[in-house]
Write a protein that binds this ligand. Structure first.
Ligand SMILES: NC(=O)c1ccc[n+]([C@@H]2O[C@H](COP(=O)([O-])OP(=O)(O)OC[C@H]3O[C@@H](n4cnc5c(N)ncnc54)[C@H](OP(=O)(O)O)[C@@H]3O)[C@@H](O)[C@H]2O)c1
Length: 342
């Protein structure tokens, strides 16, 4: 499957800090993967997504190899691909994976072959592949309540939402939170995490997503196609902007004095924030910190029936380019995923 990657420049750190650090530090060519049998993996070649045969990687110390069943699709995938296109040899694409542990590296304890897991993969070992090796600090047991396709939609979206609402905004029970873009991958994760914290959740979306958002816990849904959301929302303690910086600017009017605006789509001008008597923050780079503590908490929510993933559509690995085209339209309800052939 070949499709040109759009060449619009992207500031990697602004766009995908969760994964960008790993990309910048780790861009060895696929030749550095261990030799042996081969697997199918989606890579960028000549600016196009191609499924190629590459060596099956061998797990090193502290790593497991996962036989991937499904890969979640994130905006970071195409944003990183544009960066990778300018930086030399591309890693295997994708960050989010679900699958079965297939091999253990030296010194790995507490995990066994055959366990079902979710993972945040680390370049060059992307998730658009039949196998990936992942440090154990980046995996968690798959929720019992979710299919492999659904579980593959957890890592990037849930970690981003958790870091934004809990680590940065310190969201408390009883607080009012506005999730701008509530029906998307990060937004739907944020709605559920906020609800599980006991917050009063207001979410923006187009009208077609109202029922979905109420089903995952939104107390109010504002249809942004019917007028500016800031005319309907007041006195919130926390805003999470997942849409664009212009929405972030408008959302300032919805916050109580002393409230906090967290943006995952661009930094706010601090003078505007000060003038509005609010705090503005971004989750920033995770700096390679372990994903497991975040994933474990979201898996616990899922196992308790408090977190689910709506799979808008599943694509075959060879149709990854089509998945990206759909995702870039910006109207995914929940997640797009790739099913990985065995
Ligand atoms: N900084 C970080 O660490 C980080 C991490 C993850 C993601 N991101 C960025 O965050 C953004 C969102 O990511 P995502 O994975 O959630 O994307 P996504 O799943 O593609 O988001 C799609 C959703 O956006 C909604 N939407 C579009 N325009 C809207 C508007 N004007 N108002 C309200 N909702 C609107 C759509 O709802 P409707 O169909 O109803 O319009 C749709 O449900 C992306 O730009 C991504 O790159 C940053």
């Amino acid at each position: 499957m070949r499709t040109p990657i759009p060449t619009k420049p992207t500031a990697c750190w602004a766009a995908v800090p969760l994964a960008c650090g790993a990309l910048l530090l780790l861009v060895p060519s696929l030749a550095s993967l261990a030799a042996g049998s081969t697997m199918k993996a989606a890579v960028l070649s000549g600016g196009e997504i191609k499924v190629e045969s590459v060596p099956v990687p061998e797990p090193g110390a502290g790593e497991v190899r996962i036989a991937i069943r499904a890969a979640g699709v994130n905006p970071a995938d195409w944003k990183m691909a544009r960066m990778a296109g300018r930086m030399g040899p591309a890693p295997i694409l994708g960050l989010d994976a679900s699958g079965i542990i297939d091999a253990l590296g030296p010194s790995v304890t507490g995990w066994t072959r055959g366990e079902a897991v979710i993972a945040l993969t680390r370049p060059p070992h992307g998730s658009y592949a039949q196998y990936a090796v992942v440090p154990v600090a980046f995996i968690a047991r798959k929720p019992r309540t979710l299919t492999f396709a659904q579980a593959a939609g957890i890592p990037v979206a849930a970690i981003t939402a958790w870091r934004s609402l809990i680590d940065v905004a310190n969201l408390q029970s009883g607080e009012r939170v506005l999730i701008d873009g509530g029906a998307g991958g990060v937004g739907s994760a944020a709605v559920q995490i906020a609800k599980s914290r006991g917050a009063y959740v207001i979410a923006t979306a187009s009208g077609r997503n109202e029922r979905f958002l109420r089903s995952i816990g939104a107390d109010e849904v504002i249809d942004y196609t019917q007028g500016p959301f800031e005319q309907h929302v007041k006195d919130v303690d926390v805003v999470l902007d997942t849409v664009n910086p212009d929405d972030g600017l408008r959302a300032m009017a919805t916050l109580k004095p002393g409230g906090i605006l967290v943006s995952i789509v661009g930094r706010m001008a601090q003078d505007r924030c000060a003038a509005a008597r609010i705090r503005c923050a971004i989750p920033g780079s995770s700096g390679g910190q372990p994903a497991t503590p975040y994933l474990d908490q979201v898996v616990a929510l899922a196992n308790a029936g408090k977190y689910r993933v709506n799979v808008e559509r599943a694509f075959h690995l060879s149709d990854a380019a089509e998945a990206w085209r759909l995702g870039e339209q910006g109207h995914t309800r929940g997640k797009l995923v790739l099913s990985i052939p065995r």
